[in-house]
Design a protein around this ligand. Structure first.
Ligand code: HSE
Length: 287
C-alpha cells in the first residue's frame, strides 16, 4: 500500500488560518512488511526519527494504539519548515495509515477534524485531505469547510534556503486587532474569496496583496519579500502571498507570463530556490 499526500499553501494572504491550496509537491509513504517494531526509512534530515517517535507513527497510534508495527518507506519533496505544509502532510498520512491498517472507516470530514485538532489550524490540513482550494473554519472544536475549483494558473514558489518555524512566525503576530481594522481585513478576505470563486484571479491577486491579518507583521522575517512581490507585479503576475507561516512566497501567474517572471526573479540576489508548481486537485490518495 502507498499513501500520497500533496503539499499545501495556507492563508493565501487575507484568508489567514482559513484558506488553503493543494500544490504539486508530495509526501509518499510505502507500507512494507509487518515487523517487530516500527521502522521508517526516509529521505529527510538525520534528526527526523526512524522509529515510532516519527510524527507519522505518533499520529497513527493516537488514533489506533494497537496497530501492528510495519516497515515503512517515506519519501518527501516538500521542503521542511518553509510554509508548504510538510508536517501537515505527515499528519494526514498518519491518519490515513491508521484508517487503512486499523479499518477505522473515517469519513473525509472526520479526517479533517482529527488533523485540525492535531495541527491547530484547518488551512494546511484540509487541502491535503480534499485537494484543490479549501476554505475552512475551526470554531468550538468543529470544522466547517468548502472545497472549490481554483482558477487555472501556474504557481511560482520562491523558497528560501533558511527555515522558519510556524511558532516563530506566529510569535510576531499581535494578540488584538482594532475593530475597524478587523472589519476592513475581513472585507478584503471576502472579496478575495468571491473573486476566486468567480474565476477572477486579477482581482483575487490584488486583494491577496492587501492582507491586514498577518503579512504586515511577518514580512520582515521573509528574505526579499518586497522585491519578489514587485518583480511578480511588474511582470504581470496576478498576485503574490506568503505561503503559510512562510518563508516561501507564492506567485499566481498566467501561464504565458511564467517564463518571464521566473527569468526576472532569477536576477534577484538571493539563495532562494524557484520552482514552478501546479494546483493539485486530489487530496490524500491510497494506491
Ligand atoms: N495559518 C497558519 C499560519 C499556517 O499562518 O500561521 C501555518 O500552520
Amino acid at each position: 500500500m502507498r499513501i500520497r499526500v500533496p503539499a499545501t499553501s495556507a492563508n493565501l494572504g487575507p484568508g489567514f488560518d482559513s484558506c488553503g491550496l493543494a500544490v504539486s509537491l508530495y509526501l509518499e509513504i510505502e507500507v512494507g512488511a509487518e515487523s517487530l517494531d516500527w521502522e521508517i526509512e526516509h529521505n529527510l534530515t538525520a534528526e527526523i526519527p526512524t522509529n515510532k517517535k516519527n510524527l507519522l507513527i505518533q499520529t497513527a497510534l493516537r488514533l489506533a494504539p494497537n496497530l501492528t508495527p510495519h516497515k515503512i518507506k517515506m519519501i518527501s519533496n516538500i521542503p521542511v519548515a518553509r510554509g508548504l505544509g510538510s508536517s501537515s502532510s505527515v499528519i494526514v498520512a498518519g491518519i490515513e495509515l491508521a484508517n487503512r491498517l486499523g479499518n477505522l472507516g473515517l469519513t473525509q470530514e472526520r479526517k479533517i477534524e482529527i488533523a485540525t485538532k492535531i495541527e491547530g489550524h484547518p488551512d494546511n490540513v484540509a487541502p491535503a485531505i480534499c485537494g484543490g482550494f479549501v476554505v475552512a473554519s475551526y470554531i468550538d472544536e468543529k470544522v466547517s469547510y468548502v472545497k472549490h475549483h481554483f482558477p487555472d494558473c501556474d504557481i511560482i514558489a520562491v523558497i528560501p534556503e533558511t527555515q522558519l518555524l510556524t511558532s516563530s512566525s506566529r510569535g510576531v503576530l499581535p494578540e488584538e486587532m482594532l475593530y475597524g481594522e478587523a472589519v476592513k481585513a475581513s472585507a478584503i478576505s471576502n472579496v478575495m474569496i468571491a473573486a476566486i470563486l468567480n474565476g477572477n484571479l486579477s482581482l483575487a491577486g490584488k486583494m491577496m496583496e492587501k492582507d491586514l491579518f498577518h503579512e504586515i507583521h511577518r514580512k520582515n522575517l521573509i528574505p526579499n519579500f518586497a522585491e519578489v512581490r514587485k518583480t511578480a507585479k511588474i511582470n504581470d503576475g496576478y498576485g503574490s502571498f506568503l505561503s503559510g507561516a512562510g518563508p516561501t512566497v507564492l506567485i499566481l501567474s498566467p501561464y504565458d507570463k511564467t517564463k518571464q517572471i521566473v527569468k526576472q526573479l532569477m536576477k534577484i540576489k538571493s539563495t532562494s530556490k524557484i520552482e514552478v508548481l501546479a494546483i493539485e486537485q486530489e487530496g490524500v490518495q491510497v494506491f
